[in-house]
Design a protein around this ligand. Structure first.
Ligand SMILES: C[S@@+](CC[C@H](N)C(=O)[O-])C[C@H]1O[C@@H](n2cnc3c(N)ncnc32)[C@H](O)[C@@H]1O
Length: 257
């Protein structure tokens, strides 16, 4: 309670125009907030976007681990996307109603739930897609995948790290099947700052717990599939937390592993 009261980001939450229902979800990092972002974690995404500017109008964005809805609120604000079919949110728990966000409640680790989300985004981005219309989907149809997913922590660092990495693996696999390929990133452009590319390239953002295994995953999987991969510790993350965010920019297409 003391920490929550003193937290500058909890104090800073202001009324976003995108919120059209009062939050009613009980969660220890959320205080039902008729006047503000429904979660202080919204500031982490906003800070990351201040740096990289990947939340642009018109982009198709998938928000994983979205409840109660702070990141989705931030996405709608930054992209000014109030019409359905651009922003998709998924969580085990309900996401608050946000104008312009299509949400699914379910376990992302469940293959059928993930497939439902993938088809929903494909249909919205490409028009109704036939089951076998591989060509239409092969170049990808999602611009940005963000994941703030985190299983309930047990206090055991090995268990918590593995649980976090399992969610990152699943989010990466989904991103590799849905993100648009960035053929336009030619050799010369690749040497440019990732900041100048994030607004027009595919982007994957994921929360993870720092560990040796996470670092191996970054080197063996993320760096293989993306032109730029960077680990960021956000100012809005609590100082004592081991959480960081990977931002991966410019999707090369699925590579053989
Ligand atoms: C830190 S919270 C996300 C906060 C959210 N980004 C916001 O701004 O409101 C982490 C979320 O991950 C979700 N989560 C954990 N495991 C999941 C899974 N297997 N499938 C879907 N969501 C999951 C939890 O239910 C929880 O809501």
């Amino acid at each position: 309670m003391q920490r929550q009261k003193a937290d500058v980001y909890v104090k800073q939450r202001t009324q976003p125009k995108s919120l059209n229902k009062q939050a009613s979800i009980q969660d220890d990092h959320v205080t039902a907030a008729p006047s503000g972002y429904v979660a202080r974690s919204a500031f982490k995404l906003l800070q990351l976007d201040d740096r990289y500017k990947f939340l642009r109008p018109g982009r198709v964005i998938v928000d994983l681990g979205a409840a109660p809805g702070g990141w989705s609120q931030a996405i709608v604000e930054r992209t000014r996307s109030r019409t359905a079919g651009k922003v998709f949110a998924l969580d085990l728990l309900p996401v608050v109603g946000i104008e312009g966000v299509t949400s699914i409640q379910g376990d992302f680790l469940d293959v059928e739930t993930q497939e439902r989300l993938r088809r929903m985004a494909a249909d919205a981005a490409l028009g109704s897609v036939d089951e076998n219309d591989a060509d239409k989907q092969s170049e990808g149809f999602v611009d940005v995948v963000v994941s703030d997913m985190m299983a309930n922590t047990t206090g055991n660092p090995i268990t918590d790290t593995e649980a976090s990495l399992e969610l990152c693996r699943a989010a990466t696999d989904f991103a590799l099947r849905t993100l648009k390929r960035d053929h336009h990133l030619l050799q010369s452009q690749e040497r440019k700052s990732p900041i100048s590319l994030a607004s027009k390239s595919s982007v994957l953002v994921m929360k993870y717990f720092m560990s040796h295994e996470a670092d191996s995953f970054r080197k063996q999987v993320l760096k293989k599939h993306f032109h730029f991969v960077k680990a960021e510790k956000m100012e809005a993350s609590r100082k004592e937390s081991r959480e960081q965010f990977w931002i991966c920019i410019g999707f090369k297409g699925r590579q053989s592993m």
